[in-house]
Design a protein around this ligand. Structure first.
Ligand code: BMA
Length: 833
């Protein structure tokens, strides 16, 4: 492609506002759709975008696979072939345009497209966009579009038979679609098929924007040098004008267009730019860029892009420990706090804009500044990244490959290359994207999961070379060519088999959970950046009842068993619970304690990682959300309910954190400061018993350095009664509550809890007090809503005010559980005075 530099001048006014518009016409083909099985069922109405499961569900042909054991009953659906059709009309205006194209944003997956009965093309990648030019074929006022989908087995079975070697893990590797749909250890096997993204028709005459990329050349606080790379498609050579409006300022450029698709560069300089920061460090400021293409005195095309000015770099360079792994935002090292993100639903058409808005608001509320979009799911919709840009959340973006070795045929590599290029181009203007990562655990699997056993040297070499072709050549080259984002080959860099995991790169700690190691493993083995570590828990009562379709909590049903996808899941929860908590036979209590257990383990990890700053510079736990109602590692369940972990992670991820730990019979109190300002203040340390009696106290004036972690206070454990005392540390407006022993060994007294509930504008306010320390107080109600805080420790004789944000008119069913109530038999709760 030729690159042509253009001259530019700055105008005082946006001169084009009075011009007529002759923009490309765009129509979404989302109506009149019907579907049927090949040789089965009659034509029935369909939703597009959508998928075969939700269409069958809306016609009651299948039962909801998310409830009871229905997942098992619907497996036949993915084994059949299905067809979809619609009629669409084209107006004279469209028919007269010089170009008409049909864009398929996402077909899942093996489809044949027919227009007016004539075959057009085959698709084989759900992550790719396909285009058909309608100018090359006869089109009428009314037209039929038909898409015939072949079941994945009919393509994957021969692919497997023809494969030179048997590759791990199953047949999914032959199909470029969301890998979790084949079943994962937190997700059902619901392999969708259908038109999962919009189909749009675009018509235009002589020219249009093909793509616009705002490349950041040089950025510092005084100046931002950008190069806007604009690809314009034109029917002929002609002179045009381009208006570029940045907030209110306009640049007008004269461009001599060449026929065809070419790239034109517009240099832009912004003096004293407002830099984009993650929400926890500043303002995620976005500039508004508007582009207009002027020819023949008309606006021929226009496009808007919101873009933050920032530099984001992965710093992986040799140091005294090994090799660093941290992100530098606008030149400052930033500790990454967050979680791994998976698709929000097995059926993508069920994920609404509100779901994105709510989940990403939760992320901000929980003080997280990074999400990792994990490689077994999907490249997310634009709205996901738009919201991350706006809210100041960074995104670690995996390419969609996970836990397997993939084929290396010429066709497969070409398919992957095109997929990667399309996705990089689609996402590269997003300020939130901090990293492209090749895959999830492919290299780790190859090295450690027995995949090399019984293979010849040649076979191993060939399989590894195929790996390198994708992850060491195609993907990094595409990222470097098309964007300025850093690339990382695989996550984790070193797995459990290589001690270097503590010295270099990112790490996944699955000794805890998969290998049954105690939670304390997180404290003793801190890597440079923890990109995965996790522990399961039961979801909210609402979700459990939904799975069972029953109002009482019952954890022993076949439905609950089916919604736990990890073979040893229940056993591991019980084992770890035994080590840390008293186990209750009451199933409601069991659910509650399972959530405390998960939170305890993960927060232990988060705090250890943060204390180890700057050796360690990131803590992303596994996993933020769920794709169906399940027992999983998530901290927010399928219905958006926060588990204990979400509340406790919110505290553990605050910019200013007090974190205590026991080392060699000494208690060390760390203060971690993620801000770029030093913080001066009085550190107050008080030891009390569970009735609030002060045992001793101390205080110290401290100066906490910017962007640092350091112990500021320590004392000996000797003479501390660990079962009956608790350490309260206060600094600035932060308070930390630290216990000296495991919850199961605490002598938690019964005490009395007083609650005063009053109505507020958007819900209720609840004032809580108790005469004794109440550990892990959990408020719950059947009403839909969100508690501002939950699963907290209530200090004796101190008021705690909680807000319940809800549209419900009453909170009469408010109930409270604490660990004290499990350690004792029954906890009396006083009524409102
Ligand atoms: C991680 C992920 C997933 C998996 C999770 C829990 O390694 O990458 O593959 O679901 O572990 O086992």
């Amino acid at each position: 492609m030729r690159r042509i530099f253009v001259g530019f001048l700055i105008l005082a006014l946006f001169g084009c506002s009075t011009l007529d518009k002759d923009l490309p016409l765009e129509i979404e083909l989302n109506t009149n759709w019907q579907f049927k099985g090949i040789n089965t069922l009659d034509w029935k109405s369909a939703s597009v975008p959508g998928n075969i499961f939700t269409d069958l569900l809306s016609h009651k042909v299948i039962e909801d696979p998310f409830i009871k054991t229905n997942e098992e009953k619907v497996q036949w659906v993915s084994k059949k072939d299905w067809e979809y059709k619609t009629n669409f009309s084209l107006s004279e205006e469209i028919l007269n345009k010089k170009n008409i194209e049909l864009n398929f944003e996402g077909l899942d997956t093996y489809a044949k497209i027919y227009i007016n009965g004539n075959y057009q093309l085959n698709t084989d990648n759900a992550f790719k966009r396909y285009t058909i030019s309608l100018k090359d074929i006869p089109m009428y006022k009314s037209n039929e579009l038909k898409i015939v989908f072949e079941n994945i087995g009919s393509i994957e079975n021969p692919a497997k038979l023809n494969s030179k070697y048997k590759l791990p893990e199953g047949k999914r590797i032959y199909t470029r679609k969301a890998q979790f749909q084949y079943g994962w250890d937190w997700g059902p096997k619901l392999n969708t098929l259908g038109i999962w993204k919009p189909i749009t028709l675009k018509a235009w005459d002589d020219l249009k924007f093909e793509n616009i990329y705002i490349r950041q050349k040089e950025i510092d606080k005084d100046k931002a040098l950008l190069s806007v790379e604009i690809i314009i498609e034109s029917k002929d050579d002609r002179n045009i004008q381009l208006f570029t409006k940045i907030n209110k300022e306009i640049i007008s450029s004269n461009i001599s267009l060449k026929k065809g698709k070419h790239t034109y560069k517009v240099p832009i300089e912004i003096i004293n730019p407002k830099l984009w920061w993650t929400h926890n460090l500043g303002n995620p400021y976005l500039y508004n860029f508007n582009f207009q293409l002027i020819s023949d005195g008309k606006i021929k095309d226009e496009k808007s892009i919101k873009k933050g000015i920032r530099t984001i770099k992965l710093i992986a360079k040799k140091d005294t420990i090994g090799e660093s792994f941290y992100f530098e935002l606008n030149g400052k090292p930033v500790f990454m706090k967050g979680a791994n993100y998976i698709p929000q639903n097995n059926f993508q058409n069920k994920v609404t804009n509100q779901h994105y808005e709510k989940l990403l608001s939760d992320v901000v509320e929980s003080n997280m500044n990074m999400l990792r979009v994990w490689g077994g799911g999907i490249y997310e919709n634009d709205i996901f990244y738009d919201i991350c840009d706006e809210k100041g959340i960074l995104v670690w973006q995996d390419f969609m490959f996970a836990c397997a070795m993939y084929p290396g045929s010429i066709e497969f590599l070409a398919n992957v290359k095109e997929e990667a290029e399309q996705q990089i181009k689609r996402l590269r203007n997003h300020t939130s994207i901090a990293l492209w990562c090749g895959n999830n655990e492919n290299a780790e699997g190859w090295r450690r999961w027995g995949w090399q056993a019984k293979r010849t040297k040649k076979e191993k070499e060939e399989i590894w070379n195929d790996y390198l072709a994708v992850f060491d050549t195609i993907l990094p080259k595409s990222v470097a060519k098309l964007s300025e984002t850093n690339y990382w080959e695989t996550s984790p860099k070193y797995g459990r088999g290589n001690p270097k995991y503590q010295m270099e790169g990112d790490a996944h700690d699955w000794w805890v959970w998969h290998d049954g190691y105690p939670f304390e493993h997180f404290e003793k083995n801190v890597p440079r950046f923890m990109s995965e570590f996790g522990f399961q828990s039961f979801p909210s009562f609402e979700t459990i009842n939904y799975i069972n379709q029953n109002d009482t909590i019952n954890l022993k049903t076949d439905a609950i068993k089916l919604h736990q996808k990890h073979a040893k899941g229940f056993q591991l929860i019980e084992e770890y619970m035994n080590r840390n908590y008293k186990i209750s036979k009451n199933e409601e209590d069991y659910v509650y304690v399972s959530q405390l257990l998960q939170a305890k383990g993960i927060v232990m990890g988060i705090e250890a990682h943060r204390r180890a700053k700057p050796t360690n510079m990131g803590s992303l736990y596994w996993q933020l959300n769920d794709c169906w109602p399940s027992i999983s590692w998530s901290s927010i369940d399928y219905f958006g309910q926060w588990k204990a972990l979400q509340y406790k992670a919110k505290n553990a991820f605050k910019n200013l954190l007090i974190s205590s730990t026991i080392e060699k019979n000494k208690v060390k109190i760390f203060v971690i400061n993620d801000t770029f300002n030093p913080i001066q203040g009085n550190l107050k340390v008080t030891l009390i018993d569970f009735y609030g009696k002060e045992i001793w106290k101390d205080s110290k004036e401290i100066q906490v350095l910017e962007n640092s972690s350091k112990p500021y206070f320590n004392f000996s454990l000797e003479s501390i009664k660990s079962e009956s005392s608790v350490l309260i540390t206060e600094f600035k407006n932060q308070q930390s509550v630290f216990f000296f022993t495991k919850p199961k060994d605490l002598n938690l007294p019964k005490g009395i809890i007083k609650k005063v509930v009053s109505k507020t504008k958007n819900g209720f306010s609840i004032i809580l007090t108790s005469d004794v320390l109440q550990k892990d107080m959990f408020l719950f109600s059947k009403g839909k809503g969100h508690f501002s805080d939950n699963f907290f420790d209530l200090i004796p004789n101190q008021n705690k005010v909680i807000k319940f944000i809800t549209k419900e008119n009453s909170l009469n069913d408010l109930r409270i559980k604490t660990l004290n109530s499990i350690h004792n038999t029954l906890l009396p709760i006083e009524k409102n005075p």
